[in-house]
Design a protein around this ligand. Structure first.
Ligand code: SAH
Length: 369
């Protein structure tokens, strides 16, 4: 992390003016602006993903990731009775690499792509252009949506890789006498953005841990956006049939801790230092996500670790098939990419996979107990 004070970004200037006028804002509001502000939001600016960007993701590391998910989707579609028309929805498709790999693997069953209306939920105009270019040679004609509610109801297969970690969280800090919301205000010394605490306790329906289950200084995170999103997705799944495969880094069980983090140029960055110029995420609370889905009436499978899920889907066999007849350097690169996405020391354990499903469908592959 750089020791020098980072340059003030145009979005930080705007936020400082806003806070001077109206007082501190929630961390959720800060995240929303930092990531998706129509002009200054991080995802509206440069190309964030891949070696040239700020962070990389599993589909960018290994084609095997998307191919195995493509085969998973074909199997899930067949288990739904191979509907002649369904929505294949990706939430936050980045550069479109995952969807490209999914469609290549799914060619195994040509009926799949013919039946699929591909929907891409994407906030960034730049990334939409990249997705359009990348998917142009494929057999599908994707449509784009700003909101999940804009996608017409149909049986649905939904995929979200590193999407839920972008959804805003609110944070509460345990003080001596109770809990207070952690807010973004102004640092007294520098006048730049800084953390501060709200003055009133949170409402009782926020599932905040009891005082004797926590200590002074503990942080509790909650994402109302995630719960709402999960509820909306499950309503579609229950009414129309289908599955939502959610892959992200996060924890299986609700807990305490500050997981807000920024990444810039593949390095951690102070979360308030460069709004709009650094990626900003929080770990996904899979227990909360599951609770919201169960409350909506959906079935929940997993979470299982990404490594386990990929192994169960046949990662080793797929890797060896790809390595066949390749020169040794190419085969090594394929193997090391696969190890990175699946091994416990890399992305295999911290990343989890959960499936939300309409309750009448069989348990999908990878989630068998
Ligand atoms: N799934 C991709 C990219 C992950 S980055 C991959 O695995 O490589 C997060 C993606 O979600 C980006 O495409 C970003 O623009 C999009 N995104 C973030 N917040 C969003 C929101 N609120 N609505 C729609 N898309 C969003």
């Amino acid at each position: 992390m750089s020791q020098a004070t980072p340059e003030i970004t145009p979005l930080e200037e705007r936020l400082i003016d806003l806070i001077k006028l109206k007082g501190p804002i929630t961390i959720a509001d800060y995240m929303t602006d930092a990531l998706t502000h129509p002009h200054e939001g991080y995802y509206m600016q440069a190309s964030p993903i891949g070696a040239e960007g700020d962070f990389t993701t599993a589909p960018e590391i290994s084609q095997v990731f998307g191919e195995l998910i493509g085969l998973w989707l074909v199997e899930a579609w067949q288990a739904m009775g191979s509907p002649a028309a369904f929505n294949l929805i990706e939430l936050g498709p980045g550069r479109g690499v995952l969807m490209e790999d999914i469609l290549r693997a799914a060619r195994l069953r040509p009926g799949f792509a013919k039946a699929a209306q591909v929907w891409l939920l994407e906030t960034s105009g730049r990334l939409r252009l990249e997705q359009q270019k990348r998917l142009k040679p494929t057999e599908v004609k994707p449509l784009w949506a700003d909101d999940f509610a804009d996608i017409p109801p149909a049986p649905s297969l939904i995929v979200a890789n590193e999407f839920f970690d972008c959804l805003p969280v609110r944070q509460f800090e345990r003080i001596k006498s109770g809990w207070r919301e952690r807010l973004v205000g102004l640092d007294e010394k520098t006048g730049r953005l800084g953390f501060t605490l709200g003055k009133t306790p949170p409402p009782p329906n926020y599932d905040i841990p009891l005082l004797d289950e926590s200590e002074e200084g503990d942080i509790f995170e909650i994402s109302f956006e995630t719960r709402k999103f999960a509820g909306d997705i499950c309503k579609t799944l229950i009414d129309q049939g289908g599955h939502a495969l959610i892959i992200d880094y996060g924890h299986m069980e609700r807990g305490l801790g500050d997981t807000l983090q920024a990444v810039k140029d593949h390095k951690y960055w102070p979360p308030l230092a460069s709004p709009g110029r650094a990626d900003l995420t929080a770990h996904v609370d899979f227990e909360s996500l599951a609770d919201a889905a169960i409350e909506a009436g959906a079935a929940v499978h997993g979470p299982v670790t990404q490594g386990r899920f990929l192994d169960r889907l046949g990662l080793a066999l797929r890797v060896e098939a790809l390595c066949k007849n390749q020169p040794p350097e190419k085969a090594d690169a394929i193997r090391s990419g696969a190890a990175r996405i699946a091994s416990p020391g890399a992305m295999g354990e911290i990343f989890k996979v959960m499936c939300l499903s309409s309750p009448n469908l069989p348990v999908p592959a990878g989630f068998e107990s």
